[in-house]
Design a protein around this ligand. Structure first.
Ligand code: HEC
Ligand code: HEC
Ligand code: HEC
Ligand code: HEC
Ligand code: HEC
Ligand code: HEC
Ligand code: HEC
Ligand code: HEC
Ligand code: HEC
Ligand code: HEC
Length: 311
């Protein structure tokens, strides 16, 4: 993957790449033509690139900060002559010659989410091919809603803020879920939102990752629930862990979705489970109706020894 990325990056740096790219984009997408970002749609030739050195005189902060940036690797390409600033901001000649006319350079600050995405995905499409079709892409969230190339938190992949604060900015209701008495310790830094979700999209609902075995992401950490078991409890595979657990947080121990285990089981096991009905088998008699089902059915996630999930 990394190699592909670097290759694409190299191609992007070849003379004439941006020209071909943007001419093609214009052909394919008429809407794009109606709202051109001035500097980009001007057919670019190599001579419109002036190199990072010429930006330094006016943009000291960006140039100085750039040496710690993962993108600074680009600079080392082509024997240290790789274009850097202009890989993202487009050819800068007109902007420099006009003494800094902002309309003559690609402005992330005024670009649409789609334009931002196109810029970044020119190199990162291999990693995040489906971003535009995800809940985030469709809601008009752009790469720069979460990432900043110049003002990022140290030690993050160019994030504006560390998790979970980054996500809580917009997902305030989820913040409340993690404040409940029983919760995955995300706020405490033990696990992260991105252990379960990929904000760039996955093939699952709710941007959820799946395990390498194509099972629910939960089993990556809770291996003992993964199976396969001789006696499976079917809802685990068919309806998933969240048919019984609230993944973020819950007022109930074990993150259970209901405060009463028995009533949760009886959602599915109604007919034979009416402890007070006449003819109830002795093993489910009135004397034990107030016990939790899991007192006896201990191996609730599946068992290799008992079809009734006993110990
Ligand atoms: C002669 C000085 C000068 C040089 C050289 C220069 N700029 Fe600028 N640039 C400016 C000025 C002035 C602004 C407007 C600043 C502002 O509005 O705060 C600006 C604004 C920008 C913006 C911000 C646009 C926005 O509002 O989002 C970008 C991006 C930018 N320059 C990139 C570059 C790059 C890349 C280079 C090198 C290829 C470069 N500049 C070289 C003077 C310069
Ligand atoms: C010209 C190609 C190119 C463009 C355009 C580009 N990137 Fe990158 N990006 C790279 C390369 C190359 C790396 C370094 C990859 C590595 O370290 O293996 C990188 C690294 C990153 C990283 C850090 C990855 C890590 O593991 O720490 C992030 C985040 C990132 N880019 C986001 C963006 C965003 C957001 C944009 C648009 C604003 C963008 N990139 C535009 C080529 C590009
Ligand atoms: C909703 C927030 C969000 C949006 C929008 C977003 N990212 Fe990210 N990105 C993240 C987070 C969080 C990480 C760190 C993931 C981790 O640490 O596991 C990340 C990591 C990355 C990385 C490092 C490699 C990886 O996949 O972990 C790259 C490259 C990257 N993002 C590029 C992009 C690009 C390009 C876009 C736009 C198409 C984008 N991101 C949009 C939040 C976002
Ligand atoms: C990987 C893509 C990328 C590269 C490379 C890059 N920038 Fe930027 N630049 C951005 C993005 C995205 C923004 C919008 C603000 C942000 O995310 O930090 C931006 C914003 C700016 C601004 C507007 C001021 C601000 O901070 O908002 C200036 C000026 C600028 N860049 C100059 C440069 C210069 C000079 C270089 C080379 C040293 C450079 N950029 C390299 C992506 C890039
Ligand atoms: C800039 C605002 C913003 C940020 C930051 C943000 N999101 Fe979102 N997120 C949204 C919007 C808007 C939607 C779509 C509407 C909705 O479902 O709430 C969404 C949807 C989602 C969904 C639901 C997907 C679906 O299929 O319904 C998940 C999961 C998600 N985001 C996780 C995250 C995670 C994890 C982070 C932090 C890495 C994050 N978001 C950061 C705005 C944001
Ligand atoms: C332990 C795994 C896990 C962690 C950690 C996690 N989530 Fe989720 N999240 C899920 C699952 C599973 C669902 C699907 C819910 C369902 O099926 O009932 C989900 C659903 C969502 C949704 C969409 C549905 C809803 O409840 O609104 C959003 C938004 C979301 N998560 C955001 C976040 C954010 C933000 C964080 C970090 C603060 C986070 N999640 C941490 C597992 C997780
Ligand atoms: C990245 C690893 C990770 C993932 C993925 C994960 N968990 Fe957890 N889970 C933990 C850790 C660590 C704890 C213990 C938390 C603590 O001690 O606060 C925990 C605790 C729990 C508990 C409570 C256990 C107890 O003894 O009280 C349940 C139930 C649970 N997780 C279910 C899930 C479900 C369901 C999913 C998928 C939606 C999931 N987990 C995904 C790491 C993970
Ligand atoms: C049919 C309902 C149901 C489903 C589906 C389910 N669980 Fe559970 N789980 C429970 C019950 C009930 C408990 C509490 C057992 C107890 O209190 O003795 C529990 C307890 C747990 C615990 C705490 C430690 C333990 O083993 O007792 C973890 C972790 C856990 N479940 C993870 C998962 C994961 C991961 C999945 C999906 C692979 C899952 N559960 C699916 C009902 C379920
Ligand atoms: C989402 C629905 C669902 C929930 C909730 C659920 N089960 Fe099940 N359970 C099933 C299905 C479906 C089967 C397999 C069909 C059958 O034998 O009834 C099954 C099988 C069983 C079996 C084996 C039955 C046999 O004849 O071998 C036991 C024991 C059992 N469940 C106990 C429980 C307990 C205890 C709980 C609560 C912690 C629970 N179940 C929650 C759906 C569910
Ligand atoms: C006191 C221990 C005990 C408790 C508490 C208990 N069970 Fe059972 N359960 C058994 C025994 C014993 C069997 C029969 C095993 C056999 O036939 O060999 C059984 C059988 C079952 C079966 C399979 C047979 C059938 O009738 O379909 C299901 C499903 C089941 N129990 C669900 C539950 C549920 C749901 C609860 C909680 C409401 C519960 N059990 C509480 C001991 C218990």
């Amino acid at each position: 993957m990394r190699r592909v990325l670097v290759c694409v990056a190299l191609i992007a740096l070849l003379p004439g790449f941006w020209k071909t790219r943007w001419v093609n984009a214009a052909d394919e997408n008429k809407q794009q033509v109606n709202t051109p970002q001035s500097a980009d749609t001007v057919p670019a030739s190599t001579s419109n690139y002036v190199g990072a050195d010429s930006c330094a005189s006016c943009h000291q902060d960006e140039v100085k900060g750039f040496k710690d940036n993962p993108h600074a690797k680009l600079e080392l390409e082509h024997g240290g002559k790789g274009v850097t600033c202009e890989s993202c901001h487009g050819p800068g000649k007109a902007h420099v010659e006009s003494g800094g006319d902002v309309t003559k350079i690609f402005q992330f600050s005024t670009a649409t989410p789609k334009q931002v995405g196109e810029k970044c995905l020119a190199c990162h499409v291999g990693e995040h091919p489906n971003f535009e079709r995800t809940a985030h892409g469709e809601a008009g969230i752009s790469c720069t809603s979460c990432h900043s190339n110049h003002k990022f938190e140290a030690q993050t992949p160019l994030l504006k803020m560390t998790q979970p604060g980054l996500c809580y900015q917009c997902h305030t209701d989820i913040k409340a879920a993690f404040m409940q008495p029983f919760h995955h310790r995300v706020n405490e830094g033990l696990i992260r939102c991105t252990d379960c979700h990929d904000p760039h999209g996955t093939f699952q609902a709710d941007l959820l990752h799946i395990n390498t075995t194509q099972d629910a992401i939960c089993t990556k950490c809770h291996i003992d629930t993964l199976g396969p078991f001789v006696y499976e409890h079917p809802p685990i595979k068919t309806e998933g862990c969240t048919s019984c657990h609230s993944p973020h947080g819950s007022p109930n121990p074990r993150l259970l979705a209901r405060n009463n285990i028995n009533s949760m089981c009886l959602q599915c096991h109604t007919a034979s489970m009416n402890f007070t009905a006449p003819g109830t088998p002795s093993f489910h008699n009135q004397a034990n109706q107030y016990q939790a089902c899991t007192n006896c059915h201990v191996q609730i996630h599946g068992s290799n020894a008992s079809s009734y999930f006993f110990k």
